[in-house]
Design a protein around this ligand. Sequence first.
Ligand code: AMP
Length: 190
Amino acid sequence: MNIVIFGPPGAGKGTQSNLIVKKFNLYQLSTGELLRKEIKDGSELGKKISSIINDGNLVSDEIVGNLIEKYITNNFYKSRLIFDGYPRNLNQAKHLDDLLKKNDQIIHIVLKLSVSLRTIKKRILERKDLEKRTDDNEETAIKRYETYENNIKPVIDFYKKSNLLKVVDGEASISEISSEISRLIESNKG
Ligand code: AMP
């Protein structure tokens, strides 16, 4: 089973993906994590993208597309990926579809975590102390929220059309959200 999970920054994508991974034996593919690792390692790519991430903008489709392709083409991950934070715009959604098709795979379910800007600000400020992410401050959080809002509408429509989209109330508690997600996945397995 391949799953897409998306939502604004601080919606709980990472936390929830982590819980699903354990329960359903999947692999969490977080493009944000992969990009932060490049920055931490000081790679050429990392140097190129650090200011983009810290300004709350999106890294180019080509860069993130190359990162996910490595996993989709690797048999070890075949049909057991959770795409956490990818796709973030229509071009990426189409690219993901193409890549999966070429590798005899499909997306089984798309989970959208809905959260208000007010909750996001609160969560990001809480997370700042825990994870020490350089893009977790109020100003960048607002920018990241706007970036999300500006790009995500066509992605939502794209997945609605293919009947894959499930909206989850991201304002609920971690365990409530997790139960709801598990329920959706179980019923999808049919
Ligand atoms: P995240 O960990 O998902 O909140 O992502 C952190 C940051 O990484 C985002 O604000 C973007 O700058 C960048 N990023 C992560 N995923 C993508 C993506 N699919 N496309 C472009 N930029 C991304």
